[in-house]
Ligand binder design. Sequence first.
Ligand code: IVH
Length: 661
Amino acid sequence: MDQDLLRETERLRETLRRHEHLYYVLDRPEIADADYDALMRRLAGIEREHPDLLTPDSPTQRVGGAPREGFVKAAHSAPMLSLDNALNEGELREFDRRVRELLAGEPYRYVAELKLDGLSLAVRFENGVLHRAITRGDGAEGEDVTENARTIRSLPLRVPDGPARFEVRGEVVMTRDAFNRLNAERERQLLPLYANPRNSAAGSLRVLEPRITASRQLDFYAYFLLAEPEQESHWEALETLAGMGFKVNSHRRLCEDAEQLLAFCQEFEGRRDSLPCEIDGVVAKVDSVAHQRALGWTAKAPRWAIAFKFPARQAETVLENIEVQVGRTGALTPVAHLLEVKVSGVKVSRATLHNQDEIERLQVQIGDTVVVERSGDVIPKVVRVVKHGDERRAFVMPAECPVCGGEVAREEGEVASRCVNTNCPARLKESILHFAARGVMDIDGMGEALVDQLVDRGLVTSVADLYKLALPDLLPLERMAEKSATKVLDNIARSKTQPLARVLNGLGIPFVGERTAQILADTFGSLDSIAGADAETLQQAQEVGPKVAHSIRHFFDEPRNRELVGRLRETGLQFTGEKRRAEGGPLAGLTFVLTGTLPSMTREEAKARIEAAGGKVTGSVSKKTHYVVAGEEAGSKLDKARALGVAVVDEAALMNLLGQS
Ligand code: IVH
């Protein structure tokens, strides 16, 4: 064993773990994402070349497990009980009164924590390494979701200084930002939307493909430690958990009495909307473990804790009208216009109804009294009808686009009705907003008010026109002072440095969102290779199936889109990027040399396919070469392969290796 390599590997792992902890747990990154990625690639490279160095707790091992058939049931080490609820101030005071009575005059205090709205998870560690993660299930047994849980970056894979065996319980959540991004992406891909961050966290943890969980940006907040010896107080246990590397919510407070508990509840009910994650209440726990033991448990819940639930953010109002909005892909979205109502302090007069199917599911008509719900940043939605209106009337999807008058069509098997006119100004506005959005080209200041004016005045007829805008174009616009106009122009100019994946995402190709764009950019390395690849070659990229590949082909075959791409090229956007080998492709870790003329593809094509499947193509044969692919009139490379004993294959065998024979 090469000692230097071993040392480098351990050093890389330590460094990566430290940065993961800084980034995902403490929210205090010290290095750029690209530098972190480079370290991770270096480690993955070493482990690929030297599989004997691989350990299950290596930072590269978060995403690895293959898709599975289903989940296996697993018993909990101790029942996962739920909590009793207090629905108002009186019930919380009543809980405190009972505690005081049962503790018969002993002084006691509470730990107040946020009640995160996700799903609970029990995670066992053995000999310092994450061993098993089990969902709550029925409390006695849950589902073993270990492989998926390993992909949660804020959950440490190893805790070297802890007890030999211990269990941590906590909540798996998705931030509102991650949830909104995920749903925007799903909307684009015409997939059903998740109703709220909790459902999407649950859905993401319970998919059979760990790679999908990994892409969903889940978080794990620890709130309970089961270990020997027990800590003396819950507060101490939380501090211990944080010290072990777990993410523990910083919004926690020691409270002396019901008054202080209520103040904490009120404070966080007010701050609810500004927190990154959804909360549905506050959990109060008696701090001393000795007191907890004295108070004990009922069959369902501990007597030493209570969940103070915030009221649901719903309200009743009248649905006055349904209007139709036209989106980037031409999709017509029915929007409910409501008699203005306050929902937990916020005025609401619009809510989404998604599509015709949703209206039918709700059986809602104009004039009905409905319940609307607000959850976080998400647009409020109509959840149910409570009373039919006296003069109710059904909504009918218009046959013509309300913006351009173009034809509206609903394709077989699709939920959305669409305006088929690609020049529809509504579609153009939406595509500019998408192009400029955060996480895409990041053009700050390019909001709805500005885009409306730019399109309505004919200043912008495609996203490429954004790069032609100058100060005199913007100054006459409403709400555009010189300072803000200069800022927007700076931001437009700065967007030219956005990497290839973002440019590709910005084009708005149906089914190509953030993740697929990244995979395509990594696989093909340039916009031209992607635009020029046939559907089959495109499918060499991971996660790109026939539907996505055809959508990409269809997009680049359209002359208007080709013209747009040409104009974007002239503006100097990033059309090339760094090619990265697909980590888990069928040819990952294998090196190829091509020689001679292959019967049905050019050498360039063969190279693209091998690289898309994770393999590497080099120019000369050495002992490190895994395969030489030889065609007609192969020359000296074939001789060298034979001399070195390197495997020689033909095109058919290559297709076999690619899994495409
Ligand atoms: S303590 C015996 N603390 O709320 C202690 N639970 O019914 C059990 N939850 O589904 C739980 N945040 O997953 C606790 N800070 C927190 C929590 C919390 C959310 C969830 C928990 C369970 C439900 C309680």
